[in-house]
Design a protein around this ligand. Structure first.
Ligand SMILES: Cc1cc2nc3c(=O)[nH]c(=O)nc-3n(C[C@H](O)[C@H](O)[C@H](O)COP(=O)(O)O)c2cc1C
Length: 184
């Protein structure tokens, strides 16, 4: 797919059909993430590529349980969206950020995230960025899950992207607001 077409047609998919993503496709998406620019080329990230749907489902349940206990309003919102934090995704990439690196580390990881979603779109894989995945890995309640996925010392959760194939027709991306471009 043409790059601009991938950018224009990417949308947040929140209902995956559960079909597996070929391993080489997920690998290609992850490698596109690694091609992101970063401040001083520090590449202050690690990508945990989760290919095992039952594991993703277990983490989903753990996250919903944590939300129910710590953030009832968000839990209720997610229940209204089908009760699944990860929407039935069959693949997931957890982006870890190096602690104490440059002031641009979060931005660097955001650019990785953009690469991941756009590469997925180009390869016909639907995706959604998932900040809520943080509840599964952050703080005391997330310690066991961090250990389970082998978070190395010196790295924290930055963001996650969920992948799969839409259970329904392709969604529409948000409308762009041209007034946000100021030409000088
Ligand atoms: C940093 C970040 C965190 C996000 N976290 C979530 C999330 O936890 N759950 C979710 O369903 N969507 C999440 N989204 C997706 C946004 O809601 C979505 O991109 C936005 O509504 C625009 O829609 P579009 O991607 O379809 O254009 C997140 C997006 C970003 C950039």
């Amino acid at each position: 797919m043409d790059t601009l077409e991938a950018i224009r047609t990417r949308y947040a998919c929140r209902n995956f059909d559960g079909n597996p993503i070929p391993a080489d496709t997920l690998r290609a998406i992850a490698e596109a993430g690694l091609a992101a620019p970063s401040a001083m080329n520090h590449q202050p990230w690690l990508l945990l590529v989760l290919k095992d749907k039952p594991l993703i489902e277990e983490l989903d349940k753990a996250g919903m349980d944590i939300l129910a206990a710590t953030d009832p309003a968000t839990h209720e919102r997610m229940m209204g969206r089908g009760g699944r934090l990860f929407y039935g995704a069959s693949g997931m990439i957890v982006i870890l950020q190096k602690t104490g690196d440059t002031k641009f580390t979060e931005l660097d990881c955001g650019i990785v995230t953009a690469n991941l979603t756009l590469a997925a779109r180009a390869l016909g894989v639907d995706s959604v960025v998932c900040g809520f995945a943080g509840v599964v890995f952050e703080g005391d309640s997330g310690a066991a899950n961090r250990e389970r996925l082998g978070f190395p010392p010196g790295y924290d959760f930055a963001l996650a992207v969920l992948f799969g194939y839409s259970a329904g027709p392709a969604g529409q991306p948000h409308a762009i607001d041209p007034s946000k471009i100021i030409e000088i």
